[in-house]
Design a protein around this ligand. Structure first.
Ligand code: ZN
Length: 259
């Protein structure tokens, strides 16, 4: 399965990554979260590709703004997205455990509801190919901002991603990986996996590429939001908060407020 990213907003610090899955049979693609019109249209034209279907993880403009232009080219393109979304151009509304089969890429995705960043947020998980598009729920060594949900709602959502098989590749909506790892280092000074990942990410950025995906296993080792049960993480958060923290949810809440 060939998956590529279209970067956008790196000049404004938004650091968005839109994802494209190529068909194995023709020049069609599935596109995930086309938030920027111009880079998407330029990418499609440069590579002589047509969009067969669109997947939307949540309603934010930087994940949806390009949909209208794609529908102007072909109004029959199905737009899959969360049923409870305020985004109006979704043609195929989805809820927890729904599955969709995308013929052009020969893949079935299962919907995982992950409210928190927004209340309409979903992830698209393909078990066969070990991939999951997580939007703004998980970032490299980080997590999305808590715009609409509460910390406990978001915490439950993140558990669903943590519980996917360790080899699952996670594709996120923004590349803040290096900044997140620097923060992770201040919480866990002794974690060598974080230090190694920083070196790896720096190399990728030096080559003008992006840190847009990782695996469940790597996040388990390096993502502070996923490591609330680790003693050093808890102690750093207690020091920052100036009080004892009695649950992983309390630790998570402190990290979210801190970063
Ligand atoms: Zn968002």
């Amino acid at each position: 399965m060939k998956i590529s990213s279209i970067p956008a907003g790196f000049d404004t610090g938004m650091n968005n990554l839109m994802w494209v899955i190529n068909s194995i049979n023709d020049h069609s693609v599935t596109i995930i979260d086309p938030g920027y019109t111009k880079p998407v249209l330029e990418y499609l034209e440069a590579n002589a590709l047509t969009v067969k279907n669109i997947l939307i993880t949540h309603h934010h403009f930087d994940h949806t703004d390009g949909v209208e232009a794609l529908l102007e080219i072909d109004s029959s393109i199905p737009v899959y997205g969360p049923e409870n979304s305020p985004f109006k151009l979704i043609t195929h509304p989805l809820t927890e455990d729904d599955t969709i089969f995308l013929e052009n890429i020969n893949a079935t995705f299962k919907v995982i509801e992950v409210p928190g960043h927004t209340m309409d947020h979903i992830s698209f998980y393909c078990e066969e190919h070990n991939i999951c598009f997580v939007g703004d729920t998980v970032f490299g060594a980080g997590a999305g901002a808590l715009f609409e949900g509460t910390a406990d709602i978001f915490w439950s959502s993140i558990q669903k991603i943590i519980n996917l098989p360790p080899q699952t590749s996670l594709y996120y909506g923004h590349d803040y990986t290096l900044e997140n790892l620097t923060f992770a280092c201040t919480i866990e000074k002794q974690n060598n996996a974080i230090k190694q990942r920083i070196q790896h990410c720096k190399k990728i950025r030096q080559n003008k590429d992006f840190n847009g995906y990782s695996t469940v296993e790597l996040e388990c080792q390096t993502n502070p939001f996923w490591r609330c049960h680790i003693e050093e993480v808890k102690m750093s958060c207690e020091q920052y908060a100036g009080k004892a923290l009695n649950s992983t949810l309390e630790v998570f809440t402190v990290i979210r407020g801190w970063r």
